[in-house]
Design a protein around this ligand. Structure first.
Ligand code: DX5
Length: 215
């Protein structure tokens, strides 16, 4: 069984009244919010105020994926908007240990991410300090891209390190996730599948979430 996070990057927020009840019914472990600065990635992502607007409408866990050059600039605002965990990309911090401590100091879950071209070895030293290790299986920045299967070698490396040291860190895989790529990701050792278009654009959110949960 896999845990599922639904990325709302490609959601139409003018139709939230239609898809939020579906998402509630689907009971994913988390909603993933893709916050972007149009610098670290060439996209502006989900307007950060949508987090604040949706917070009072659902109890679902808000996992925020920061694709920004200076993640610490967003921490207090996101805490105020009701985020439950914050994940930053390892190369966007000059002191990941300090950045993780800052997130923890806000009482939030902490995650660290490796983008498509970044080695998983860059985050190995921090696995004992975070709750989530996010492996991108696309180049961060856009939904609807094709799955980059070679990045599953990063999942295997992290899985081995986490199991060897008996750590609690969960591995998320994000980008191009569907029934087939989700299965491969779980087989490689992923705990949490982050899916955007496969779920949100499917017309049957509960069914697609259940399909991924059953992998
Ligand atoms: C890309 C985002 C992903 C993306 C996933 O930068 O981090 O979460 O929205 O979308 P799909 O599942 O459509 O690849």
């Amino acid at each position: 069984m896999a845990k599922v996070g639904v990325s709302v990057l490609s959601a139409d927020f003018s139709k939230v009244k239609e898809w939020l009840p579906q998402l509630e019914k689907a009971k994913p472990e988390m909603i993933q919010w893709d916050v972007m600065d149009n610098k670290y990635v060439p996209n502006s992502g989900v307007p950060i105020e949508e987090i604040k607007k949706l917070r009072p409408k659902t109890k679902l866990f808000f996992d925020v994926h920061l694709m920004v050059q200076q993640p610490e600039k967003y921490f207090n605002q996101l805490k105020g908007y009701g985020a439950d965990s914050l994940t930053f990309h390892v190369e966007t911090s000059n002191n990941p240990k300090k950045t993780i401590k800052e997130i923890r100091g806000l009482g939030l879950g902490a995650g660290i991410a490796v983008n498509n071209k970044i080695s998983a070895k860059k985050i190995s030293p921090f696995l004992s300090k975070v709750d989530l290790a996010l492996v991108m299986t696309v180049e961060a920045g856009f939904g609807g891209q094709n799955f980059i299967e070679k990045n599953l070698s990063k999942v295997k490396l992290l899985r081995e390190a986490i199991d060897k040291e008996g750590l609690n860190c969960e591995i998320q895989v994000d980008g191009g996730i569907n029934a087939e790529t989700g299965k491969k990701s779980v087989e490689a050792g992923a705990d949490i599948l982050i899916a955007g278009s496969y779920v949100i654009k499917s017309g049957d959110i509960p069914k697609r979430v259940q399909t991924l949960k059953n992998l």
